[in-house]
Ligand binder design. Structure first.
Ligand SMILES: *Cc1c(COP(=O)(O)O)cnc(C)c1O
Length: 359
């Protein structure tokens, strides 16, 4: 409903929307302009804001990015750097492991040319939650000049994150994950000093983070046509986020969804691919069962016919599927899924409880 309004992109009413959204995001990140932080919105999907950040802030001369990667999104961040000709090294982890602070320190020790470190907050590939604050702290203690970039696409708004404690210079997220608005833009909450120091580093015109911020600040408007309806929806989504109790309220609902899901899936013999200590409550990966009657495309299609969408796996290591517990979902939705899931497994003739494939 919030989107059923057409506003001009340079209209004063729309400028108020931009301002509300930028301030709302700073508040959600637990920081303010007075404390030296800025919110820069970028048109496009989440990847656009990761690309805007990486391609705008790593110095053209003598810059190097280290990515701590335990999944597809870590790899994507490194790929962005590579495409822009930015020197990059990756510390690879298995998909069931989280990056470790002491490894970041080790990498910085071995390679003093690293100027920036990037890490994913919640690795959506598997559903793993990475210890970004501990990593940021360790980086800062070892090399205070090294800048820390966090992709919190599927974490922000649900999991707490303290940019100050974690020495995070850039926290990147998008409109349509835990904040539950529609797709169309993404953003970086940035430490102003770091952002200002990035002058001259942009490799593109439209994804120039510093220029985008400067124009937003100077005019209250975007440089180029903004997704006006998405911003209107997002302002409403921020109000609903706050009404639910902010980050804590959202985490509580997602955690409950996840608990209901896990309990129901366990009864059918499905256990999460990740160990408890790194499993988040956003998305859960399950290995396929061994039963030859299990047919994933059929399961997918049958769920879709009932109005439920799950996600194929994205692992390089194993055949699996993923179930999300984020979005405008409640306990009743999770139970509806579980009932449908069980019915379909029975229709396929899969023996319950299943035995899952081993790793
Ligand atoms: C979804 C996601 C992205 C990319 O988002 P797009 O909107 O598809 O570009 C990047 N990183 C993480 C961790 C994500 O979950």
């Amino acid at each position: 409903m919030a989107m059923q309004v057409d506003l001009g992109s340079r209209d004063i009413l729309f400028m108020t929307v931009i301002k509300d959204v930028r301030n709302g995001l700073l508040a959600m990140a637990g920081v303010s302009q007075a404390e030296g932080y800025e919110c820069v919105i970028v048109q496009g999907s989440g990847t656009f804001a990761v690309e805007a950040t990486v391609s705008s802030v790593v110095p053209k001369q003598g810059g190097k990015l280290l990515v701590l990667s335990n999944g597809a999104y870590g790899k994507r961040m490194a790929e962005i750097a590579r495409i822009h000709g930015i020197p990059v090294s990756i510390r690879h982890y298995g998909e069931r492991e989280a990056p470790r602070p002491e490894h970041a320190v080790e990498e910085l020790h071995n390679d003093p040319s690293i100027t920036h470190v990037g890490c994913i907050h919640h690795e959506t590939t598997t559903g793993a939650l990475n210890p970004i604050e501990a990593i940021g702290k360790a980086i800062h203690a070892r090399s205070p000049k090294v800048s820390f970039i966090v992709d919190s696409m599927s974490g922000f708004g649900c999991y707490p994150v303290d940019m100050k404690v974690g020495h995070i210079d850039y926290l990147v997220s998008s409109s349509n994950k835990c904040i539950e608005a529609v797709p169309g833009f993404a953003y970086a909450v940035a430490r102003r000093e770091a952002l200002e120091a990035s002058k001259g580093n942009a490799r593109t015109l439209s994804l120039d983070l510093l220029a985008q911020w400067q124009v937003l600040e100077a005019t209250g408007q975007f440089r180029f046509t903004p997704p006006t309806h998405t911003l209107l929806a997002f302002r409403q989504a921020l109000r609903e986020h706050e009404a639910e109790g902010g980050q804590r309220g959202r985490l509580a609902r997602y955690q409950h969804n996840f608990n209901v899901l896990c309990e129901g899936m366990a009864k059918m013999g499905f256990h999460p691919y990740l160990d408890d200590d790194i499993q988040g409550c956003i998305i859960t990966t399950y290995m396929f069962p061994t039963d030859p009657k299990f047919d994933f495309p059929r399961l997918y299609k049958s769920l879709q016919d009932r109005g439920i969408v799950i996600y194929p796996g994205k692992l390089t290591e194993a055949e699996c599927f993923r179930i999300g517990s984020i979005g405008r979902l409640f306990e009743a939705d999770m139970r509806f899924l579980l009932t449908a899931f069980k019915d379909i497994m029975e229709e396929m003739g899969v023996q319950l409880p299943v035995t899952q494939r081993s790793l």
